[in-house]
Design a protein. Structure first.
Length: 102
């Protein structure tokens, strides 16, 4: 157990320092609008890259469940916005499809 403490502290430093350094270096600098728009797309793109393949691998026997869940999230997210309700709705849609078709 004592061997894990330095490992955990090292992992915390490695993940925290890249976030802390720009905070201090870029506090007074203005980011160009084009770069700012690009950086705002990164969370959605990375989330999509992580979540979408996982959805298809969880329900390989009923791919319609994943497609309908993703579809609900996209449609609801575009018109209503938010994060929590689209995700919970997608879970409900996927669960319902799996109940009836799975």
């Amino acid at each position: 157990m004592n061997n894990l403490i330095p490992l955990i502290m090292g992992m915390a430093a490695v993940t925290y320092l890249p976030r802390l350094v720009p905070l201090f270096l870029l506090t007074d600098k203005k980011i160009p609008k084009r770069l700012d728009r690009f950086l705002q797309c990164i969370p959605a793109a990375s989330l999509g890259a992580l979540v979408i393949p996982g959805m298809f691998s969880v329900t390989p026997e009923v791919p319609a469940a994943a497609i309908l869940g993703i579809g609900f999230t996209i449609v609801y997210g575009l018109f209503k916005g938010g994060i929590l309700l689209p995700v919970l709705g997608a879970v409900a849609v996927t669960y319902t499809v799996l109940l009836h078709w799975g």
